[in-house]
Design a protein around this ligand. Structure first.
Ligand SMILES: [Zn+2]
Ligand SMILES: [Zn+2]
Length: 83
């Protein structure tokens, strides 16, 4: 975008542009903001409006992130499985 194009923008559009510069990248689906393009991509791919996909093998709980499920699984194993 060149300077002339920036001047041609409405105030609202300028605000949006500025917000993007200051606050990073926001998800167009849910509005969550991320500092890096990579984190936004990860969010859109794995989190945004996705049903929780990682299922705990010990209980009906599902997690959106594998790392969360791992943490949960450790607690869950203690609580639910009688050895
Ligand atoms: Zn989102
Ligand atoms: Zn569980």
């Amino acid at each position: 975008m060149n300077l002339a194009e920036v001047f041609a923008l409405s105030f609202q559009e300028k605000d949006l542009l500025l917000m993007e510069l200051i606050e990073g990248y926001s998800c167009d689906k849910c509005g969550r903001k991320y500092k890096g393009k990579g984190s936004l991509r990860r969010h859109q791919k794995y989190e945004c409006q996705m049903p929780p996909i990682f299922k705990c093998p010990y209980c009906p709980k599902r997690c959106k992130q594998k790392s969360n499920l791992k943490l949960h699984g450790l607690k869950c194993l203690d609580a639910n499985v009688v050895v």
